[in-house]
Ligand binder design. Sequence first.
Ligand SMILES: Nc1nc2c(c(=O)[nH]1)N[C@H]1C(S)=C(S)[C@@H](COP(=O)(O)OP(=O)(O)OC[C@H]3O[C@@H](n4cnc5c(N)ncnc54)[C@H](O)[C@@H]3O)O[C@H]1N2
Ligand code: MOO
Length: 394
Amino acid sequence: MKTYLEALNIILSQAQSFGTEMIHLDDADGRVLSEDIAADRDYPPFNRSAMDGYAIMIQDWQQGIREFGIQEIIYAGASPSQELKPGAAFKIMTGAAVPFPANAVIRKEDCVQTGNQVSLIIENLKEFQNVARKGEDLLEGDIALSAQTPCTPAAISTLATLGKSEIQVAALPKVALFTTGNEIKPLGAKVSDTEIRNSNYYLLRSLLKKWNITPAVYRHLPDNVTELKNHIENALDTDIIIMSGGVSAGDADYVPEVLENLGVEKLFHKVSIKPGKPIWCGKARGGPIVFALPGNPFSSFVTFKIFVESFLSKSMGLNPPRQLEGVFRGEKRKKTNFDEFFPVKFSESGKELETTSLNGSGDIRLGINANALAVHPAATDTLREGQIIPYYIL
Ligand SMILES: Nc1nc2c(c(=O)[nH]1)N[C@H]1C(S)=C(S)[C@@H](COP(=O)(O)OP(=O)(O)OC[C@H]3O[C@@H](n4cnc5c(N)ncnc54)[C@H](O)[C@@H]3O)O[C@H]1N2
Ligand code: MOO
């Protein structure tokens, strides 16, 4: 049986770009740039006043002038009608261009204006005080954002500043999602005493949404070889097939055999982890990678986070989810000799990890208060207070 790191390496070696596409900036949230973005001009594009105040020539200050006649008012976006004269000041607003030969701005609070005269009540003044100089953020042609930058709010704001209303981003994969199981009913349907509702559809849909992916194909399939075969076969033109349930040892766990009979080459079946041991992963030649996740809700969740997200990250040109280290609080035993993933809450410092409640991988609340998944390493029987362990942020 593979360890999860071995399984992860196999999955990462399958990662590949899904191409690129042009999108509008309105739709860019969470997408990943696939082009370098150069500054179209210097930024700031002009010497920009950082304060509401008065713009003067430092040379006047150096010659001892402390009282100036106000020559003109400059609002943001405007230019003065005449060049600044010696001994004069412009009243100026934050964001306005400080026009040559003005080269210092004294903020309003440090001045007293009487009629059309302004007196400076400061001790020192430096050249370009309170002025953000043209090009000090970026020079025209500088790379402002490089390919593979995620479109965070800050990146989107920068793109807007640069006038990029259309951007090239990594294309999203075409995903088929199948849940399986005769006992699983859709929301709204009547459930008998032995049936349950289809939470994994909503779980996996929600996990995909974070990646801006909406499954192109979705079906709930019964534990029936013919139905499984027909629907999976029809989805072999996608980039990724994600399935839940039907992968362990039960008499109705047909998913691995159906996939193999369809020519999907097995990459691995079973990984030495808990939860998620029965995961099956394969690749159709020239077709999709298939993640057949175990049906228990917490198992589907963990295997999606560890395996599917790593695959998506690398394929989209992002760094895979990072393994961090934290200090375990409490005591935890394990019976298996597998790596065990368990839900934890990390403290504000991000360093202390406290176990949150979970009643096995079938717990319908999936360790709901957790913000991270910690790893109880295979070789350690008992985790003790203060032990350093790996974790992944959820
Ligand atoms: N003899 C063995 N039995 C089991 C093994 C094993 O190694 N030997 N592994 C266990 C482990 S670990 C897991 S995890 C489960 C995984 O089983 P399957 O992937 O075959 O999943 P199912 O049997 O179809 O379902 C498991 C569990 O999850 C519920 N489920 C399934 N789909 C959904 C859904 N869409 N929404 C909500 N809940 C779902 C299902 O009703 C079952 O309770 O196998 C163990 N058995
Ligand atoms: O590994 Mo299973 O995923 O515990 O229930």
